[in-house]
Design a protein around this ligand. Structure first.
Ligand SMILES: [Zn+2]
Length: 67
């Protein structure tokens, strides 16, 4: 069972789902959304998340983190 809280993946290296900039765990958060009917974690940089970007189907709670 996946946890409701987004677990931080220490090995995360990705591009932001919103602005396509490269991100790492220090500058990103994982938001759970839905893609093709399945739950998926979207890696988003903190500025985008703080700016209000949410993945499609987002149903969780995001607490703003300091950038
Ligand atoms: Zn971004």
């Amino acid at each position: 069972m996946p946890s409701e809280k987004a677990k931080e993946n220490k090995a995360l290296m990705a591009v932001c789902a919103a602005c396509s900039k490269p991100i790492s765990t220090e500058t990103a958060v994982a938001l759970t959304g839905v893609e093709d009917g399945r739950r998926k974690q979207f890696a988003v940089c903190i500025p985008c998340a703080n700016g209000g970007w949410r993945p499609p189907g987002f149903s969780g709670v995001y607490t703003v983190r300091p950038a």
